[in-house]
Ligand binder design. Structure first.
Ligand SMILES: [Zn+2]
Length: 583
């Protein structure tokens, strides 16, 4: 007889046990069972809008999202908090931004003006906005928490006073690690300079691993005020009275004052205390962290001691996640010095595909998101999996990952009604230079029995493939169809070659579809060798087919290679083919 709790769990969700997401969901639900009834389970992420939020940082959100989503699928209420670290200091003026922004270094990110030309009021809002829209497109439902709002509204006052009262204890915890060297982001061995920059940006993404921990010559204080005169954090706490909460500080600008911390709300706890404070305040059950936060002395390890010893709560379940690399992001498409953000990935791939990359890999496994030719192979793999799912021949692990990619607890994500191969769409866009009428003309002919009737049916995939061709395929890899026939080459052809072209042109009308042209192209050399259409290819036949294809590429493109020939022929149309092939 199942317990009442078990009976509430939908059978479908319970059967999908086994993957890493499900295992963490089990742990989180078990941990949360101890709390008062009616309180939702809390999964959390932290993001710093100190600059473009790197695509590599998406794992900070995707990992708890997948776990929160599994928890919701099982019928539990679960909140996914995204803590926007917009009350962190503005650390430096990035290249490309006017040097006059230097006067804002040390201010909270929410008080720094947005980069020139932005539609947003502040630096923080400017960099939050594209991330928020990417989360929406990915079906990631979060509750955003602005740390500026939290700190300046006095929400953390009790916790700040507690941390100040317990400053010696905190200092002692931090002291256990201060003499040890902390590893740097570069230990993750990025492969080239771009990756090194990406790694640095990713490492700085959530919380400042290198931020000072509050130690100073005049004593240890875990709270740092922003100066009431210049708004910067170039301040030093010079004294604190536990009884009255009077806090005195001086600032590099010359300002000095004494405030009552029981009323003051312009300052924040140092990062290594701030993080565990928020775990306790929000009752976080699950929050992962990047590799750089999980070594000895890192904020996750230190935070675990501070939350127990100072805030009297338990550290969340917090797996380490590995670095996510980017391959082949073309320089021409980035206005941000080679730092792709999640929206850049969503311009070239559909949301379910991007979700799948995260769902199928355990957090400690690193992987690469392809902006280069590899994306075509990835899409082939994704479509093949879709076909296996449709026919019921996919394995359990594959099916679970696919399910997490295409839908959330709320329902399915938008999909492309006619998901034609990405590789083919990219070729068609490439050959037609994206001309809508021509693209539709070709798409209609792909499957004559069930023709595409509007471009809409192939969206959003077509648009993503078109954007990929425009921004990621280098000019020398684009397809250029010959304007005039290659008279010299045509004149030099032998009898067999002439015959192959004649057989091809003669069969065009009868075979005018993607499948038909495929059969025709492979069939011409068979016919010439006197073989039946269904013959098993011998090495000799394969060699004859290869030379026939190279001949066609040379005559049509002036090159030895090109997009798949059936797609190319459909795109060219029979008139242009006849002209270039001397027919
Ligand atoms: Zn000042």
């Amino acid at each position: 007889m199942p317990s009442p709790r078990e009976r509430l769990v939908p059978v479908v969700a319970r059967r999908s046990a086994g993957d890493w997401v499900s295992q963490f969901a089990d742990q989180v639900i078990a941990r949360a069972a101890a709390r008062p009834p009616g309180e939702p389970i809390v999964c959390a992420s932290g993001l710093s809008p100190s600059g473009p939020i790197h695509l590599g940082n998406l794992r900070e959100v995707m990992t708890p999202h997948l776990v929160a989503d599994e928890i919701r699928r099982r019928g539990h209420e679960c909140v996914h908090l995204v803590s926007w670290d917009d009350y962190d200091r503005f650390r430096k003026v990035p290249t490309g931004v006017d040097a006059s922004w230097a006067e804002h270094v040390g201010k909270p990110l929410s008080l720094v003006p947005a980069p020139p030309g932005s539609a947003y009021d502040s630096w923080a809002e400017h960099f939050k906005a594209p991330m928020q829209s990417a989360l929406d497109e990915l079906g990631i439902e979060v509750r955003g928490v602005s740390q500026t709002e939290q700190y300046t509204s006095g929400a953390y006052r009790k916790q700040i006073l507690l941390a100040m009262r317990e400053r010696e204890k905190i200092d002692a915890v931090l002291g256990r690690y201060r003499t040890r060297a902390t590893p740097s982001a570069t230990q993750r061995l990025p492969t080239d300079a771009d990756d090194a920059e990406a790694a640095r940006v990713a490492a700085e993404g959530s919380g400042a691993a290198s931020e000072d921990d509050g130690a100073a010559a005049g004593g240890y204080f875990p709270y740092k005020p922003y100066c009431s005169f210049c708004q910067r954090d170039l301040t030093t706490v010079t004294g604190y009275d536990d009884d009255t909460t009077a806090l005195s500080y001086t600032c590099a600008c010359g300002h000095a004052e004494t405030v009552l911390l029981s009323e003051h709300d312009r300052g924040k706890l140092v990062w290594k205390v701030d993080w565990p404070m928020r775990w306790a305040y929000e009752r976080v059950d699950f929050e992962p962290s990047g590799v750089d936060h999980t070594s000895p002395g890192s904020s996750f390890v230190v935070g675990g001691q501070i939350i127990e010893e100072v805030f009297g709560a338990q550290q969340p379940i917090g797996p380490m996640y590995a670095f996510v690399g980017i391959s082949g992001m073309a320089k021409m498409s980035s206005s941000r010095g080679g730092v792709p953000i999640p929206s850049d990935a969503l311009r070239i791939m559909e949301a379910p595909l991007l979700r799948w990359l995260y769902a199928r890999r355990k957090p400690p496994q690193s992987f690469t998101i392809a902006f280069d030719q590899e994306i075509q192979r990835l899409y082939d793999e994704w479509d093949a999996l879709g076909r296996k799912i449709a026919t019921g021949s996919a394995g359990e692990a594959e099916s679970i990952a696919y399910g997490r990619a295409v839908r959330t607890a709320k329902g399915p994500l938008p999909s492309t009604p006619r998901p034609l191969p990405y590789r083919m769409l990219a070729s068609i866009v490439d050959i037609t230079t994206g001309h809508d009428e021509q693209v539709l003309r070709i798409l209609r002919q792909v499957d004559v029995d069930d023709p595409v009737t509007s471009l809409e049916q192939t969206q959003p995939r077509l648009g993503k493939a078109a954007h990929w061709v425009r921004t990621q395929v280098p000019a020398e890899q684009r397809t250029h169809v010959r304007e005039e026939p290659d008279a010299e080459l045509l004149a030099s052809l032998g009898a067999t070659e002439r015959e192959s072209l004649a057989l091809l042109l003669a069969g065009l009308e009868e075979h005018w579809s993607l499948e038909g042209l495929t059969t025709l192209l492979y069939g011409v050399p068979k016919q010439q060798a006197g073989l039946p259409p269904d013959v098993t290819p011998t090495p000799e036949l394969k060699a004859a087919q290869r030379s026939f294809f190279v001949l066609l590429y040379r005559l049509l493109l002036g090159s030895d290679t090109g997009p798949r020939l059936p797609t190319l022929l459909l795109a060219l149309g029979s008139d242009q083919m006849r002209r270039l092939l001397g027919g």
